[in-house]
Design a protein around this ligand. Structure first.
Ligand SMILES: [Zn+2]
Length: 143
């Protein structure tokens, strides 16, 4: 009886390890696809870490390894002389979208253009749809 349990757990651990490995390989393949889809030289927008100005420049693709993972980034030179980078693979770490004033302005300008259920104006503009969606939500999640 104990032996059966032991082998079941062993099979479960093996399955988990296999799934982890498959997932890792899939992520690596996606990473390589992303890198290959990007041009070697491209014109991109940058925010300078030195003079804080926004500029667009010809940038070159670089590929390297970070923590055993393949990673890629673009490097562009600011008119002030310093080099800045934009990430290709690790998009969450790309600080351009946090630093850029143009992106911030666009977010504010488009706030009222993109109405979804959670937007404060949705209730005012589409009262009937809001009620329907609210009833649906209450049925599904309770409160
Ligand atoms: Zn600069």
């Amino acid at each position: 009886m104990e032996n059966d349990n032991y082998y079941e757990k062993w099979a479960e651990r093996r399955k988990e390890a296999r799934d982890r490995e498959r997932n890792r390989i899939k992520l690596e393949r996606d990473n390589i696809d992303t890198i290959n889809q990007c041009k070697d030289i491209d014109v991109l927008e940058f925010v300078c870490s030195n003079c804080k100005k926004e500029y667009s420049a010809n940038s070159r693709k670089h590929i390297g390894k970070l923590g055993g993972k393949l990673t890629a980034w673009y490097v562009g030179k600011c008119p002030c002389g310093s080099y800045n980078l934009r990430r290709i693979t690790d998009k969450k770490g790309d600080t351009f979208f946090l630093k850029s004033n143009t992106v911030k302005r666009m977010r504010v300008d488009n706030f009222n253009d993109t109405l979804d259920f959670t937007h404060p104006l949705f209730k005012v503009i589409y009262p009937k749809q809001y009620r329907e969606l609210e009833e649906k939500r209450l049925k599904q999640y309770g409160n």
